[in-house]
Design a binder for this molecule. Structure first.
Ligand SMILES: C[S@@+](CC[C@H](N)C(=O)[O-])C[C@H]1O[C@@H](n2cnc3c(N)ncnc32)[C@H](O)[C@@H]1O
Length: 249
């Protein structure tokens, strides 16, 4: 996906949206936290910001093509180390850090892999360390569907064709709703329910999870302009902590 990344993914950083991630990272840096790992860094969109705010930055991805693009976009930034690693192995590949961040990269459809990755992130953090992330929201697709359905009904369309119309524009053929999966090309990605975020983070050992919406700009969405009077779609942002009492590795 590295070569056509921008065409394929909705960007939570796009102007017109609202993303609590960078303000939260800036606050942590201001409080004196010095080291950060960007897990699933992709083409490196967040890396220049991290390099500016933190002394030590690790850019981790399992895809060499992504790391090549990330390296190219960060030339001249001397405090970034690039590491090719699967997230589940990260604790043995990267020095312990005070902050870990994962933006739309906790999308493993294999739940063993997802849980192993969350545990590895917990292990990677120093005691008292902070984990921030953004995950794609399953409930946002249901909300989009509701708006599309009502938009069609308001034009006088009967419910059955209005449902077909909503399913088309919300791309239902790409989703497996019961188990929260998005299937596109050869990739299967896990989408998250809001109740799942604190649940899975707690199972991995994190505490004090807070969840907030990342608001996505309507101009990235099919029929978005028609719906722009309504509150926008979202991803889920979270911030969680590793206990101070947890043992260092
Ligand atoms: C949707 S992209 C997001 C990239 C970047 N964080 C951003 O916001 O632009 C997901 C990234 O996570 C990486 N990724 C997915 N699963 C991974 C895993 N198990 N271990 C390491 N990297 C992974 C992919 O290679 C890809 O670069």
């Amino acid at each position: 996906m590295a070569g056509r990344y921008e065409e394929e993914f909705i960007d939570p950083e796009r102007p017109g949206g609202r993303n609590p991630l960078r303000p939260a990272l800036a606050r942590l840096a201001k409080e004196g936290l010095r080291s950060v790992a960007d897990l699933g860094c992709g083409t490196g969109a967040l890396l220049p910001f991290l390099a500016e705010h933190f002394r030590e930055v690790y850019a981790v991805d399992f895809a060499e093509g992504m790391l090549t693009r990330a390296r190219a976009s960060c030339q001249g930034q001397r405090n970034i180390r690039f590491v090719q690693s699967a997230m589940r192995d990260v604790a043995s590949r990267v020095e312990a850090v005070e902050v870990a961040v994962a933006v739309n990269s906790l999308i493993m459809a294999d739940l063993d892999d997802l849980e192993a990755s969350l545990s590895a992130i917990h292990d990677l953090l120093r005691p008292g360390g902070i984990f921030l992330g953004v995950v794609p929201a399953m409930d946002s697709v249901h909300y989009h569907t509701m708006l599309l359905l009502d938009r069609a009904r308001q034009t006088g369309m009967p419910q059955s064709p209005a449902r077909k119309n909503a399913a088309l524009h919300a791309e239902h053929e790409l989703f497996e709703f019961a188990f929260s999966e998005f299937r596109y090309r050869n990739l299967v990605q896990h989408f998250w329910q809001p109740f799942e975020v604190p649940y899975r983070l707690r199972r991995a050992g994190f505490k004090r999870t807070r969840v907030r919406k990342v608001l996505l700009s309507w101009d990235q969405v099919s029929r978005g302009n028609d719906l722009a009077d309504y509150p926008p779609l979202w991803d889920w942002f979270f911030q969680a902590e590793k206990s101070e009492a947890a043992t260092d590795r």
